[in-house]
Structures are given as structure tokens and as C-alpha cells.
Design a binder for this molecule. Structure first.
Ligand code: WTA
Length: 650
């Protein structure tokens, strides 16, 4: 059995969907794609109005788009209740007894919620929120593991017009308090704990810690997941089940303005603190809905499974809002892919007959390493479509996914998008687009993507440049919460009226987009964005650290690993124990995902004459072991020579 698949430097393998797949697909020919794409670009109002109409509005809009760069308003004057659209509408349309969420806990138990049951739970929880004084536009922070209650909490917020901000359950107490501080949340929804790789993550304890710093939270609602004892502060902390027992299971959803804020989700940028990306209602839902419908080709009898966490944008758009807006049946899994072993995902696929499966390249690489016996010994014949997201997928991983998981018959949709874009932007359509390992292929409907050079000229085929979107799209971010200036500066400053994604890319002669990766100081670790500045400031917050520089290094499984260069204060001494302490410190400040794989202690960092740390040189050093790039602006060449010795000596 070979674990490696040969690598092809220039990718010439092309995979077309089978006739059988195309016949049943929503978009079944390139001609149909091109026709619809052209319409979506020439007449975006007409195109998107047709899609949006399917969502069930309480009041129709008067104007599809109002665009005053960089601010877009979609479906102006329309009123919609996002939760109604995702839940009640399906009960009304006869899907009440259809499974909405089939949930499996890490220890192995499972629960199925039909659309009717989901409606009941969401209504009750909306009434709980109202009873606790939560009002429209109040911010609610959600810090939960992958349990159905996480989706219920999000939907209940949407139902009453409250704005949720989900914080990934792997983040630390400090991350929670920073986000609470930024969005000024009034309530927190959490659980006692959650299961991860056989142990329990103490979520409520982290919330308690965060609330020592941020004191304006009036209510903490705790869902009992593990049954572990937690501290409950009188008057502030209440149990979900006790509150839910006291309220009605009926709640009339009111329509909110199409531009009503739906959620804030924090994501890393190249400088300073995480950015609170703000998404609103009508346009966002239209984007999530339409991409699910066409890219995942969702059909009435599909069983869909996205392995992301609700703490990331993928969990928002492709676990909660998109799939539920489509009325599909989906699987939700609480735990780790390798618990009790690397067969767990494939057991789940087999057990629930999953037909559409969406995961990340980092997971695929971990599966390749674990060995083929895990998928080989399971029946994966229910699968018909595979997807990937989060980072560029290397052709080896693509081929393995195609052959071992897809049995050679399932199209793969490599989907490029971002927290900011809200929904998938570049991706094959499974019933028509010829795919090639490593490219996200063509823009989705309404997406006017291009690659530009520094002067704003469009790059020629195979010439690398900056990826931009030239026209507004329904699910685009509306702003950075509380920071309009940063919104403009980050996304709209490079070219007039165009959105810059911060990714480098090129197109080939067929127009396929090949994403190269981030252009800014943002790492992509296991498909998750981490600002180098964030990790650096976490390191510097330790009492012995004077200065830190963080760069990414290619990592076999994680895509990128975190490498830190650290200078110490005064007479502090470097040691392996200190390196370990610093790693744990980063874990405490941000979360385990940000822990450096390696820390180099150094007497000085390479800087320019004006004092800027030259991360570019450090990056080259960790990637290649030496520095050959331009060092003319370097202040002290000795520093690099010394570091070179240190890095290559490791
Ligand atoms: C990267 C995740 C190549 C990219 C949905 C982007 C990808 C960042 C792909 C956004 C892909 C995501 N191919 N690169 N298919 N998907 N990326 O905000 O660098 O967590 O800018 O959103 O991930 O990460 P975010």
C-alpha cells in the first residue's frame, strides 16, 4: 500500500463529471453555466432577485441593489426573518417530519431533530432570550462545542433580531474577553463543557475567567452537555433547560429589514486585534442559500455533512444558514476526526449514508498519513459529491480524496472564499465544470473576479497578481464592526471601488483561478487564519519576552506551521523549559491552534534601518535554511548570519 501519490509539476489531469451526475444536477452543462453567469454579471438585480425570492420574504424589496462603494445594500426595503426562512418555511412547505440535523456526539450517542422539532426548540429558546431581556440588535456571544444547541442558539438570535458572535470553542478566555469588549455583548451562551479527543474542554470555566475582565454581561445561559459541575453566579447564570421549561414553544417570527445585522464573526488580519466582520440578513442568506443549491447541488434526498466547526465562517454558512435554507438533511458531529481512531469520519459517512461531504485539505492530509486502511474498510458508496475549503489543496491530496474517498466517481468542488465574502466565490459547479487538482476553477454567479498587477492592469494568463472582486455581491461583508476606517483601508484601498481579498492568484489559459495564498502577514494553519501580529503580541505579553517575530513554515499536515523568533528581556535565560512555557502562554492567550511549533531564541531580530522587523528574511530562512533575498535595507547583517547558523543547526 502506498501512502504517497506521485506529484505532477504542471497539472494536466482534467476530470469531467460523469454523464450520470450531470443529468441529475441542477446545472448540467457549461453552456447553462455561462448563460447564467453572463446574466448574473450583466443584470445582477434580475438574477439575484430570482434566487432571493425563493427564501420567503415578509415584505418584498423595492430595489435589489444600492451600491455606494464600498457600501452595499441588497434587497432594499425588503423584510425577512432569517430563522423563519431556515426553519418554519420548511415545516410550512411539508418538510416538518424531515430530519434537519442528525447529530452524533463524540462519545457515540446520537440525536435527530426534524424541522418541526427544530422549530419548537428554536421558538422556545427565542422566548428564553426575550425573557432575559435580549432585544433586537443586542449582541450575544456564543461559545459552544458542536452540539445542535449551538445552531439553535444562532437561529434563535436571528429570530429575535439579536446579533450573534460565535467564538470557536478552542479559543481561550482572553480571546473571549477581547471579543466581548469589542462587540459589547449583553449575554453569553455556553455549555458546561464539550468533548474533544476523549477529554472534556471546560467551556463554562473559560467564560467565567473572561467575565472577570469584561463585566457588562447580564446573562449567561448554560446548556448542560457533559453534566459536570460548574460554578453558577446567582442572578447572572442560568441553565438552558430550566429556562426553556418555563416558556412557550410558540414564537411568531417578525420580519427584519434586509440589512438588519445578523452576526459578527471575528477573523485575523495582518495587524492588531481580530476584525469583527459584520454580515447582514437578506443578502447573506441569499448567498449562502444559492451557493449550497448550485455548488453542493443540494437535492431533497441528500444527506449532507460539513465537518467544520460553527466557530468559523464555514460553520455559519455551510452548517447553519445555507443547508437549512435549502431544507436539506445534515449530519453534525461533535468531536475529533481521529477519535477513537482515523476511521471515525468514514464510520459516520457509512452509518448515515452521507451523500455530500465537505472538509478541509488539512484533514485530508492527516487521513493520508493515517493510512488507507481506514477508508478502505468502510462502505463509502453513498457519497456522490466532495468539497474542500480553507487553503489551496495540493494535487496529491486532491487525487487521494478523489480516488480513496470519492471512489473515482464523485466530483470535487474546491471552494475558494473568505469570512468576508460570506459565501463561496470561486468553485466548480459539480455537474458541468471540468476540474483539475489544485484549482478552484471558475467564479460563481455574480462574482466578477480578476487578477490585477500593482498598476491595476489585469494580469495575463499564468501571470501572478492580486485577487480582486470588481462588483458587489449579496453576501459580502458590510463593514468591520465599529471600525469603518479599517474596513476601507483593509479591503478597498488598493484599487478604486474593488474588493481586495488579500490573496495572491493567477488564472490559466482556460480562465481557471489558482490561489497561491495570502499576501499579507496572515498564516493559514490547518485552514484557519492567524495573524502573525496576534501571535507576536501574545508572546510579548509574557514577562520575559522583549520582542517577537512570527512566520509560517510549510507543514506536512497543517499546511503552515508557526515559527517564532524571540528576544528576551535583561538577563532572562533561554531554555527548552522556557520555550515550552511560551508555547503554553500563547495557548492561554489565543488558543491551542496558535501555539508555535518551534521557538528560536535570538539576541536580536533582523530589522530595517527604520526599525521594521524583516519577516520576509525570517520566512526565507525557515523555509530554505538560508537567506539569499534582498538584504540591502537590513541594519545589521550579523544578525542574519547568526540566525542562519542557529536555524540550520537545529
Ligand atoms: C484561504 C475560510 C485556496 C485563502 C472559508 C482565503 C483558500 C482564506 C481556499 C480565508 C481554497 C480558503 N483554495 N485558498 N479553496 N479557501 N482559502 O476567512 O487564503 O477562514 O483568503 O475563510 O483561506 O479564510 P477564512
Amino acid at each position: 500500500m502506498s501512502k504517497k501519490i506521485e506529484s505532477h509539476l504542471t497539472e494536466d489531469r482534467v476530470f469531467k463529471p460523469s454523464k450520470e451526475f450531470s443529468k441529475k444536477a441542477r446545472i448540467s452543462s457549461m453552456a447553462q453555466y455561462k448563460r447564467m453567469y453572463q446574466e448574473s454579471i450583466d443584470k445582477p438585480g434580475t438574477f439575484w432577485a430570482r434566487e432571493a425570492k425563493e427564501l420567503g420574504w415578509q415584505k418584498k424589496w423595492t430595489k435589489a441593489l444600492e451600491w455606494k462603494a464600498p457600501y452595499a445594500k441588497w434587497f432594499v426595503g425588503g423584510k425577512i426573518n432569517v430563522c423563519e426562512s431556515c426553519v418554519d418555511r420548511h415545516v410550512r412547505e411539508g418538510r416538518g417530519n424531515k430530519a434537519a440535523i442528525i447529530w452524533e456526539g463524540e462519545p457515540g450517542e446520537n440525536v435527530t431533530l426534524t424541522y418541526r422539532q427544530l422549530q419548537r426548540e428554536v421558538c422556545k429558546f427565542a422566548n428564553v432570550l426575550l425573557a432575559r431581556g435580549i432585544k433586537s440588535k443586542d449582541r450575544v456571544l456564543i461559545y459552544m462545542p458542536m452540539v445542535p444547541e449551538a445552531a439553535i442558539a444562532m437561529l434563535a438570535c436571528a429570530r429575535i433580531g439579536a446579533v450573534h458572535s460565535v467564538v470557536f470553542g478552542g479559543f481561550s478566555a482572553e480571546s473571549i474577553s477581547d471579543r466581548l469588549e469589542d462587540c459589547k455583548a449583553k449575554a453569553v451562551i455556553t455549555t458546561d463543557g464539550g468533548y474533544r479527543r476523549g477529554s472534556i474542554v471546560p467551556l463554562k470555566a473559560n467564560v467565567d475567567e473572561a467575565l472577570k475582565r469584561y463585566k457588562d454581561v447580564e446573562t449567561v445561559i448554560v446548556h448542560q452537555r457533559t453534566g459536570d459541575k460548574v460554578t453558577m453566579k446567582k442572578g447572572r447564570d442560568v441553565y438552558w433547560h430550566e429556562e426553556a421549561a418555563q416558556v412557550s414553544a410558540i414564537h411568531e417570527p417578525k420580519g427584519f429589514d434586509s440589512e438588519h445585522p445578523l452576526f459578527i464573526l471575528y477573523t485575523s488580519g495582518s495587524t492588531g486585534k481580530p476584525k469583527g466582520i459584520l454580515h447582514t440578513s437578506g443578502g447573506y442568506l441569499t448567498g449562502a442559500y444559492t451557493t449550497c443549491k448550485y455548488i453542493f447541488d443540494m437535492q431533497e434526498d441528500d444527506v449532507y455533512w460539513c465537518t467544520a466547526d460553527v466557530g468559523w465562517i464555514t460553520g455559519h454558512s455551510y452548517i447553519v444558514y445555507g443547508p437549512l435554507a435549502n431544507g436539506v438533511t445534515q449530519v453534525m458531529y461533535e468531536g475529533a476526526p481521529n477519535f477513537p481512531d482515523f476511521g471515525r469520519f468514514w464510520d459516520i459517512v457509512e452509518k448515515y449514508s452521507v451523500s455530500i461531504f465537505y472538509t478541509a485539505p488539512t484533514a485530508i492530509r492527516a487521513f493520508i498519513k493515517a493510512g488507507d486502511e481506514f477508508p478502505d474498510s468502510r462502505d463509502l458508496s453513498s457519497l456522490r459529491l466532495l468539497g474542500t475549503v480553507g487553503e489551496p489543496i495540493n494535487p496529491e491530496a486532491w487525487m487521494w480524496y478523489h480516488e480513496k474517498i470519492g471512489g473515482g466517481r464523485c466530483p470535487i468542488v474546491d471552494t475558494w472564499w473568505q469570512t468576508e465574502t460570506g459565501a463561496i466565490m470561486i468553485s466548480p459547479l459539480p455537474g458541468c465544470t471540468p476540474t483539475k487538482p489544485g484549482t478552484a476553477t471558475l467564479p460563481f454567479f455574480g462574482v466578477d473576479a480578476a487578477i490585477l498587477d500593482e498598476t491595476g492592469q489585469e494580469c495575463r494568463a499564468d501571470e501572478g497578481g492580486k485577487l480582486v472582486i470588481r462588483k458587489p455581491w449579496p453576501s459580502m461583508l458590510r463593514t468591520i464592526y465599529g471600525d469603518k476606517k479599517r474596513y476601507r483601508d483593509t479591503y478597498w484601498n488598493d484599487y478604486d471601488g474593488m474588493y481586495t481579498a488579500g490573496d495572491g492568484a493567477r488564472t490559466d489559459k482556460k480562465g481557471n483561478f489558482w490561489i497561491v495564498g495570502r499576501l499579507d502577514d496572515v498564516l493559514n494553519v490547518s485552514g484557519h487564519r492567524l495573524g502573525t501580529a496576534e501571535v507576536e503580541s501574545a508572546l510579548v505579553s509574557h514577562k520575559v519576552v522583549a520582542e517577537a517575530a512570527v512566520v509560517g513554515r510549510p507543514h506536512e499536515i497543517k499546511g503552515q506551521g508557526v515559527v517564532a523568533f524571540v528576544t528576551l528581556k535583561g538577563n532572562a535565560k533561554s531554555s527548552d523549559a522556557l520555550a515550552k512555557e511560551l508555547r503554553n502562554h500563547v495557548g492561554t492567550v489565543i488558543g491551542a491552534i496558535a501555539k508555535p511549533d518551534e521557538i528560536f531564541f535570538t539576541p536580536a531580530l533582523p530589522k530595517t534601518r527604520s526599525g521594521k522587523i524583516m519577516r520576509r528574511l525570517l520566512k526565507e530562512l525557515v523555509e530554505t535554511g538560508s537567506v539569499s533575498g534582498n538584504t540591502t535595507t537590513l541594519e545589521d547583517h550579523e544578525v542574519i548570519a547568526a540566525l542562519q547558523k542557529q536555524v540550520s543547526g537545529k
